[in-house]
Write a protein that binds this ligand. Sequence first.
Ligand code: NAD
Length: 246
Amino acid sequence: MRLKDKVSIITGSASGIGEATAIKFAAEGAKVVVCDVNQAGVDQVVAALVAGGADAVGFVVDVTKPDTIAAMVAAVKEKYNRIDVLVNNAGITQDAQLFKMTEDQFDRVIDINLKGVYNCTKAVVDTMIAQNSGVILNASSVVGVYGNFGQTNYAATKFGVIGFVKTWAKELGKKGIRANAVCPGFVATPMVKAMPEKVLQGMEEKVPMRRLAQPSEIASVYAFLASDEASYINGAAIEVTGGLTL
Ligand code: NAD
C-alpha cells in the first residue's frame, strides 16, 4: 500500500501501460483517476477497478483539449480535495521517414505527446503548489534518449518531455514537487502487439532478455517513482529496457 490514498490522475489509462498503471496504483492503495479519449475503455477499466474494491473514477479527456482537462481537474478536486500524482502517459505514434512525413503527422504527435503533457501538468500544478507536495511523471521512451528511424515527430516529443521534467524539477523542487520521466524500450501493449509477427521477432532479438516488457513492468516503475520510496529522485529519466540500449 505504498500509494495509500494518493489521488492519482493517469492519462491514456484505457489501454496498455496506462491501464496497467491504473491497476498497479489501485493495488497500492491509490485513489485512481482514469482518463482517456476512449470512453468505452475508460468505463471498462473503472468498472474492473471498482469491482476489485478500488476507489476509482473515470473521465473522457482529450489531452489536446484544455477544457476537457479542466473539467476533470475540477471534478477531482471537488471529490477528493487534492491531487497527489499526475502520470502523463497518453501518447501516439505516426511514423514516417523525414522525407515522407506530412505536416499533419508532425503536428498531431506534437499536440498529443508534448503539448498534451504541458496542458495536463499546467492544469494540476497550482493545486500541487498549494499542497506543497506532488509527483509528476512523464512517459518518455528510449526514443527520447537515442532517437529512432522513422520517428522525427515522436522522438522530438519524447526528448521534450525529458526536458520538461528536468525544468520542472528545478522550478518545483523547492515547492515539494518531484518530476521524473520513464523511458521504456519495447512493451507488449495493444499498439505494439498489432505489429507484424516478423517485426515483433526482430524486436525480441534486439533485447538481451529476448522478450518485450509487460505493461505491468513499466507500471511498477511508475508506482515506485510516485511513492515516498523515491523521495529523493527528481529530474531523472529512468530507462526500463531489459538492456536494449547496451
Ligand atoms: P496504447 O496505444 O496502448 O495506449 C495509449 C492510450 O492513450 C490509449 O488508450 C489512447 O486512447 C490514449 N490517447 C491517445 N490520444 C489521446 C488523447 N489525445 N487524449 C487522451 N488519451 C489519448 O499505448 P502504450 O503502448 O500503452 O503507450 C503509453 C505511453 O508509453 C505512450 O506515451 C507511449 O509513447 C509510451 N511508450 C510506449 C512504448 C511501447 O513499446 N509500447 C515504449 C516507450 C514509450
